[in-house]
Design a protein. Structure first.
Length: 84
């Protein structure tokens, strides 16, 4: 369990599953077996709008490839990701 307000670094060699683990924690990928608990909630059972709400209120990720829209400001790009 990671206490509220603490930070964790996920480190390892290329190809060991760091990005996959983060994608599972964020609900972007579903594990083939097992469960992922956030507190007492198994996020692998969340679907649809509830999953979107979970992501919006519990998980933040910064991707290696930002894929920003050039015609928008940084603030507008962030706003757009919040709306999605």
């Amino acid at each position: 369990m990671i206490p509220s307000g603490d930070f964790v670094a996920l480190m390892g060699a290329s190809g060991v599953g760091k990005s996959t683990l983060l994608s599972v924690i964020a609900g972007l990928k579903t594990p083939t077996n097992g469960s992922v608990l956030l507190g007492s909630k198994d996020i692998t059972t969340i679907i649809g709008d509830e999953l979107s709400d979970f992501r919006a209120t519990n998980v933040s990720m910064i991707f290696q490839s930002f894929e920003l829209l050039d015609h928008l400001t940084v603030y507008e790009n962030i706003e757009l990701s919040i709306e999605i």
